[in-house]
Design a binder for this molecule. Structure first.
Ligand SMILES: [Zn+2]
Length: 330
Protein backbone atom coordinates (compact mmCIF):
# COMPACT_ATOMS: atom_id res chain seq x y z
CA UNK A 1 0.00 0.00 0.00
CA UNK A 2 1.74 3.17 -1.17
CA UNK A 3 1.02 6.02 1.18
CA UNK A 4 2.98 9.04 2.39
CA UNK A 5 4.19 9.41 5.96
CA UNK A 6 1.26 10.44 8.21
CA UNK A 7 -1.46 9.33 5.78
CA UNK A 8 -4.59 11.47 5.90
CA UNK A 9 -8.05 9.94 5.93
CA UNK A 10 -11.61 10.66 7.03
CA UNK A 11 -13.63 8.63 9.49
CA UNK A 12 -16.36 7.96 6.97
CA UNK A 13 -19.45 10.07 6.88
CA UNK A 14 -19.60 13.41 5.08
CA UNK A 15 -22.44 15.94 4.69
CA UNK A 16 -24.93 14.99 2.01
CA UNK A 17 -25.22 17.64 -0.71
CA UNK A 18 -28.41 19.65 -0.21
CA UNK A 19 -29.81 18.50 -3.54
CA UNK A 20 -29.50 14.87 -2.44
CA UNK A 21 -31.60 15.57 0.65
CA UNK A 22 -34.23 17.09 -1.64
CA UNK A 23 -34.14 14.11 -3.99
CA UNK A 24 -34.63 11.75 -1.00
CA UNK A 25 -37.66 13.80 0.07
CA UNK A 26 -39.07 13.60 -3.48
CA UNK A 27 -38.65 9.83 -3.45
CA UNK A 28 -40.41 9.57 -0.07
CA UNK A 29 -43.28 11.60 -1.52
CA UNK A 30 -43.45 9.17 -4.47
CA UNK A 31 -42.64 11.86 -7.01
CA UNK A 32 -39.56 10.22 -8.50
CA UNK A 33 -38.56 6.60 -9.15
CA UNK A 34 -36.20 4.32 -7.24
CA UNK A 35 -33.85 4.49 -10.26
CA UNK A 36 -33.80 8.30 -10.05
CA UNK A 37 -32.90 8.04 -6.38
CA UNK A 38 -30.15 5.54 -7.10
CA UNK A 39 -28.68 7.83 -9.74
CA UNK A 40 -28.69 10.72 -7.27
CA UNK A 41 -26.97 8.58 -4.62
CA UNK A 42 -24.24 7.68 -7.11
CA UNK A 43 -23.86 11.30 -8.19
CA UNK A 44 -23.53 12.30 -4.53
CA UNK A 45 -20.82 9.69 -3.98
CA UNK A 46 -18.93 11.12 -6.97
CA UNK A 47 -19.31 14.61 -5.52
CA UNK A 48 -17.96 13.61 -2.12
CA UNK A 49 -15.10 11.62 -3.62
CA UNK A 50 -14.17 14.73 -5.61
CA UNK A 51 -14.25 16.88 -2.45
CA UNK A 52 -11.87 14.39 -0.85
CA UNK A 53 -9.65 14.49 -3.95
CA UNK A 54 -9.47 18.29 -4.04
CA UNK A 55 -8.78 18.44 -0.30
CA UNK A 56 -5.93 15.98 -0.86
CA UNK A 57 -7.11 13.13 1.38
CA UNK A 58 -4.87 10.06 0.93
CA UNK A 59 -7.49 7.48 1.95
CA UNK A 60 -10.98 8.68 0.98
CA UNK A 61 -14.48 7.26 1.41
CA UNK A 62 -17.74 7.86 -0.47
CA UNK A 63 -18.97 9.84 2.55
CA UNK A 64 -21.50 7.12 3.43
CA UNK A 65 -23.99 9.29 1.53
CA UNK A 66 -26.15 6.27 0.67
CA UNK A 67 -26.73 5.38 4.33
CA UNK A 68 -29.22 7.26 6.47
CA UNK A 69 -27.80 6.12 9.75
CA UNK A 70 -25.07 3.78 10.96
CA UNK A 71 -27.20 1.19 12.79
CA UNK A 72 -30.50 1.48 10.94
CA UNK A 73 -28.91 0.86 7.52
CA UNK A 74 -27.60 -2.57 8.54
CA UNK A 75 -30.58 -3.49 10.73
CA UNK A 76 -32.85 -2.97 7.72
CA UNK A 77 -30.82 -5.48 5.74
CA UNK A 78 -30.20 -8.25 8.27
CA UNK A 79 -32.74 -10.87 9.27
CA UNK A 80 -34.03 -10.61 12.84
CA UNK A 81 -34.70 -6.87 13.17
CA UNK A 82 -37.90 -4.86 13.37
CA UNK A 83 -38.37 -1.09 13.70
CA UNK A 84 -40.24 1.07 16.19
CA UNK A 85 -40.55 4.85 16.18
CA UNK A 86 -37.75 7.41 16.10
CA UNK A 87 -35.47 7.94 19.12
CA UNK A 88 -33.77 11.24 19.74
CA UNK A 89 -29.96 11.34 19.54
CA UNK A 90 -27.51 14.24 19.59
CA UNK A 91 -29.91 17.12 20.20
CA UNK A 92 -31.97 17.44 17.07
CA UNK A 93 -31.02 14.25 15.23
CA UNK A 94 -33.43 11.31 15.35
CA UNK A 95 -33.10 7.71 14.40
CA UNK A 96 -35.46 4.76 14.22
CA UNK A 97 -34.23 2.45 16.96
CA UNK A 98 -34.32 -1.13 15.71
CA UNK A 99 -35.38 -4.08 17.81
CA UNK A 100 -34.09 -7.64 17.57
CA UNK A 101 -37.10 -9.93 17.51
CA UNK A 102 -35.63 -13.09 15.93
CA UNK A 103 -32.30 -14.81 15.38
CA UNK A 104 -29.95 -12.45 13.53
CA UNK A 105 -28.85 -13.84 10.21
CA UNK A 106 -26.93 -12.58 7.23
CA UNK A 107 -29.16 -12.88 4.19
CA UNK A 108 -27.61 -10.78 1.46
CA UNK A 109 -24.76 -8.32 0.81
CA UNK A 110 -25.44 -4.92 2.34
CA UNK A 111 -22.61 -2.71 1.12
CA UNK A 112 -21.56 -4.59 -2.00
CA UNK A 113 -23.16 -2.15 -4.49
CA UNK A 114 -21.74 0.76 -2.55
CA UNK A 115 -18.21 -0.67 -2.54
CA UNK A 116 -18.28 -1.65 -6.21
CA UNK A 117 -19.37 1.85 -7.12
CA UNK A 118 -16.81 3.49 -4.82
CA UNK A 119 -14.08 1.39 -6.39
CA UNK A 120 -15.19 2.49 -9.86
CA UNK A 121 -14.99 6.22 -9.00
CA UNK A 122 -12.11 6.31 -6.51
CA UNK A 123 -8.92 8.20 -7.43
CA UNK A 124 -6.93 5.65 -5.43
CA UNK A 125 -7.14 1.91 -4.77
CA UNK A 126 -6.69 2.86 -1.10
CA UNK A 127 -10.25 3.95 -0.41
CA UNK A 128 -11.74 3.01 2.94
CA UNK A 129 -14.95 1.12 3.61
CA UNK A 130 -16.67 1.55 6.96
CA UNK A 131 -19.05 -0.86 8.61
CA UNK A 132 -20.80 -0.61 11.97
CA UNK A 133 -19.36 -3.07 14.46
CA UNK A 134 -21.25 -5.80 16.32
CA UNK A 135 -21.18 -4.23 19.78
CA UNK A 136 -22.45 -0.84 18.63
CA UNK A 137 -25.15 -2.52 16.50
CA UNK A 138 -26.28 -4.49 19.54
CA UNK A 139 -25.94 -1.66 22.04
CA UNK A 140 -28.11 0.69 19.96
CA UNK A 141 -30.84 -1.91 19.38
CA UNK A 142 -33.52 -3.28 21.70
CA UNK A 143 -33.09 -6.95 22.51
CA UNK A 144 -36.42 -8.78 22.52
CA UNK A 145 -35.14 -12.18 21.47
CA UNK A 146 -31.76 -13.16 22.92
CA UNK A 147 -31.15 -14.22 26.52
CA UNK A 148 -28.33 -11.71 26.75
CA UNK A 149 -26.86 -8.82 24.82
CA UNK A 150 -23.68 -10.89 24.54
CA UNK A 151 -25.45 -13.64 22.55
CA UNK A 152 -27.01 -11.03 20.28
CA UNK A 153 -23.68 -9.27 19.66
CA UNK A 154 -21.88 -12.51 18.75
CA UNK A 155 -24.54 -13.36 16.15
CA UNK A 156 -24.12 -9.84 14.80
CA UNK A 157 -20.37 -10.43 14.63
CA UNK A 158 -20.93 -13.54 12.47
CA UNK A 159 -23.19 -11.61 10.09
CA UNK A 160 -20.74 -8.71 9.84
CA UNK A 161 -17.90 -11.14 9.14
CA UNK A 162 -19.82 -12.56 6.16
CA UNK A 163 -20.38 -9.04 4.87
CA UNK A 164 -16.75 -7.96 5.23
CA UNK A 165 -15.64 -11.07 3.35
CA UNK A 166 -17.81 -10.14 0.39
CA UNK A 167 -16.48 -6.55 0.42
CA UNK A 168 -12.86 -7.68 0.42
CA UNK A 169 -13.65 -10.11 -2.44
CA UNK A 170 -15.05 -7.10 -4.32
CA UNK A 171 -11.79 -5.17 -3.95
CA UNK A 172 -11.95 -3.31 -0.62
CA UNK A 173 -8.43 -3.12 0.81
CA UNK A 174 -9.08 -1.01 3.90
CA UNK A 175 -11.94 -1.85 6.24
CA UNK A 176 -12.89 0.20 9.28
CA UNK A 177 -15.19 -1.27 11.90
CA UNK A 178 -17.01 1.55 13.70
CA UNK A 179 -17.40 0.92 17.41
CA UNK A 180 -18.35 4.24 19.02
CA UNK A 181 -20.29 2.40 21.75
CA UNK A 182 -17.62 -0.14 22.72
CA UNK A 183 -16.71 1.72 25.92
CA UNK A 184 -20.29 2.33 27.04
CA UNK A 185 -20.49 -0.36 29.74
CA UNK A 186 -17.38 -1.30 31.71
CA UNK A 187 -18.29 -4.94 32.39
CA UNK A 188 -19.05 -5.63 28.75
CA UNK A 189 -15.84 -4.27 27.23
CA UNK A 190 -13.81 -7.55 27.43
CA UNK A 191 -16.36 -9.56 25.46
CA UNK A 192 -17.14 -6.63 23.16
CA UNK A 193 -13.48 -6.74 22.11
CA UNK A 194 -13.81 -10.49 21.46
CA UNK A 195 -16.92 -9.86 19.37
CA UNK A 196 -15.10 -7.30 17.22
CA UNK A 197 -12.31 -9.86 16.69
CA UNK A 198 -14.95 -12.41 15.68
CA UNK A 199 -16.34 -9.95 13.11
CA UNK A 200 -12.92 -9.59 11.40
CA UNK A 201 -11.70 -13.16 11.78
CA UNK A 202 -9.91 -14.44 8.67
CA UNK A 203 -10.22 -11.16 6.78
CA UNK A 204 -7.31 -10.32 4.48
CA UNK A 205 -7.31 -6.50 4.40
CA UNK A 206 -5.95 -3.57 6.31
CA UNK A 207 -8.21 -3.44 9.35
CA UNK A 208 -9.11 -0.53 11.59
CA UNK A 209 -11.46 0.16 14.44
CA UNK A 210 -12.96 3.59 15.12
CA UNK A 211 -13.67 4.54 18.73
CA UNK A 212 -14.78 8.03 19.68
CA UNK A 213 -16.52 9.92 22.48
CA UNK A 214 -16.56 8.46 25.96
CA UNK A 215 -14.28 7.22 28.70
CA UNK A 216 -11.23 5.70 26.99
CA UNK A 217 -10.02 4.42 30.36
CA UNK A 218 -12.60 1.64 30.15
CA UNK A 219 -11.31 0.31 26.84
CA UNK A 220 -7.61 1.26 26.99
CA UNK A 221 -6.32 -1.92 28.73
CA UNK A 222 -7.89 -4.08 25.98
CA UNK A 223 -6.90 -2.15 22.86
CA UNK A 224 -3.88 -4.28 22.03
CA UNK A 225 -6.15 -7.35 22.06
CA UNK A 226 -8.04 -6.06 19.02
CA UNK A 227 -6.71 -7.97 16.00
CA UNK A 228 -6.48 -4.90 13.79
CA UNK A 229 -3.70 -2.79 12.32
CA UNK A 230 -5.04 0.52 13.49
CA UNK A 231 -7.38 2.15 15.97
CA UNK A 232 -8.52 5.71 15.39
CA UNK A 233 -9.80 7.98 18.12
CA UNK A 234 -11.31 11.37 18.81
CA UNK A 235 -8.39 13.26 20.39
CA UNK A 236 -8.81 16.93 19.45
CA UNK A 237 -11.95 17.36 21.53
CA UNK A 238 -10.07 16.00 24.57
CA UNK A 239 -7.09 18.26 23.94
CA UNK A 240 -4.94 15.15 23.35
CA UNK A 241 -5.10 14.11 27.01
CA UNK A 242 -5.82 10.44 26.09
CA UNK A 243 -2.33 10.19 24.52
CA UNK A 244 -0.82 9.79 27.98
CA UNK A 245 -3.28 7.01 28.77
CA UNK A 246 -2.54 5.23 25.49
CA UNK A 247 1.16 5.44 26.18
CA UNK A 248 0.64 4.11 29.72
CA UNK A 249 -1.20 1.00 28.51
CA UNK A 250 1.55 0.35 25.94
CA UNK A 251 -0.69 0.95 22.93
CA UNK A 252 1.14 -0.68 20.03
CA UNK A 253 -1.22 -0.41 17.04
CA UNK A 254 -1.12 2.33 14.46
CA UNK A 255 -2.78 5.38 15.92
CA UNK A 256 -5.41 7.16 13.85
CA UNK A 257 -5.24 10.56 15.49
CA UNK A 258 -8.31 12.79 15.53
CA UNK A 259 -7.01 16.32 14.97
CA UNK A 260 -10.25 18.00 13.86
CA UNK A 261 -13.20 18.71 16.18
CA UNK A 262 -16.29 17.68 14.21
CA UNK A 263 -18.71 19.25 16.71
CA UNK A 264 -17.34 22.76 16.31
CA UNK A 265 -17.85 25.04 13.30
CA UNK A 266 -14.56 26.81 13.95
CA UNK A 267 -12.14 25.65 11.25
CA UNK A 268 -8.76 24.65 12.66
CA UNK A 269 -5.80 26.32 10.93
CA UNK A 270 -3.11 24.25 9.20
CA UNK A 271 -0.58 25.60 11.74
CA UNK A 272 -2.78 24.38 14.59
CA UNK A 273 -3.00 20.92 13.01
CA UNK A 274 0.78 20.91 12.52
CA UNK A 275 1.36 21.86 16.16
CA UNK A 276 -1.09 19.20 17.36
CA UNK A 277 0.63 16.56 15.22
CA UNK A 278 4.00 17.45 16.70
CA UNK A 279 2.44 16.94 20.15
CA UNK A 280 1.18 13.51 19.06
CA UNK A 281 4.60 12.63 17.70
CA UNK A 282 6.12 13.18 21.12
CA UNK A 283 4.17 10.05 22.15
CA UNK A 284 4.15 7.89 19.01
CA UNK A 285 6.56 7.56 16.05
CA UNK A 286 5.43 9.03 12.70
CA UNK A 287 5.50 5.60 11.03
CA UNK A 288 2.65 4.57 13.37
CA UNK A 289 0.44 7.66 13.01
CA UNK A 290 -2.41 8.38 10.61
CA UNK A 291 -4.32 11.66 10.56
CA UNK A 292 -8.11 11.93 10.66
CA UNK A 293 -10.93 14.05 12.08
CA UNK A 294 -12.28 13.01 15.51
CA UNK A 295 -15.35 11.41 13.93
CA UNK A 296 -17.46 11.63 10.77
CA UNK A 297 -17.98 15.13 9.39
CA UNK A 298 -21.62 14.46 8.52
CA UNK A 299 -23.18 16.93 10.95
CA UNK A 300 -21.23 19.96 9.73
CA UNK A 301 -22.35 22.18 6.83
CA UNK A 302 -20.64 20.91 3.69
CA UNK A 303 -18.52 24.06 3.28
CA UNK A 304 -17.15 23.78 6.84
CA UNK A 305 -16.52 20.04 6.46
CA UNK A 306 -14.52 20.73 3.30
CA UNK A 307 -12.49 23.55 4.89
CA UNK A 308 -11.70 21.33 7.87
CA UNK A 309 -10.40 18.58 5.56
CA UNK A 310 -8.25 21.08 3.66
CA UNK A 311 -6.74 22.37 6.92
CA UNK A 312 -6.11 18.85 8.10
CA UNK A 313 -4.27 17.95 4.89
CA UNK A 314 -2.27 21.21 4.78
CA UNK A 315 -1.37 20.93 8.45
CA UNK A 316 -0.19 17.36 7.85
CA UNK A 317 1.97 18.56 4.94
CA UNK A 318 3.56 21.14 7.25
CA UNK A 319 4.24 18.44 9.83
CA UNK A 320 5.83 16.20 7.17
CA UNK A 321 8.12 19.09 6.16
CA UNK A 322 9.02 19.74 9.78
CA UNK A 323 9.91 16.06 10.21
CA UNK A 324 12.05 16.17 7.08
CA UNK A 325 13.94 19.23 8.34
CA UNK A 326 14.54 17.42 11.60
CA UNK A 327 15.90 14.42 9.68
CA UNK A 328 18.29 16.62 7.66
CA UNK A 329 19.62 18.20 10.82
CA UNK A 330 20.59 14.82 12.27
ZN1 LIG B 1 -17.08 8.56 15.83
Amino acid sequence: MELPLLPTTVIGSYPRPKWLREVIALRKAGRISEDDLKEAFNDAAVTVMRDHLIAGIDVPTDGEVKRDEMVEFFAERLKGFKFYGPVRVWGTAYYRKPSVVDKIEYVRPMLLDEVEFTKSISYTPNFKVTITGPYTMGYWSYNEYYKSRRDMVFDLAKAINSEIRSLVDAGAKIIQVDEPAIHSTKDEVPWAIEAVNESIKGINAKLMVHICYGDYKLVAPYLNDLKVDQINFALKIYDYKPLKLLKEVGFEKELGAGVIDVHNKRVESPEEVQKDLMTILRYFPPEKVWVNPDCGLKLQPRKIAFEKMVSMVNGTRLAREELKKGENRK
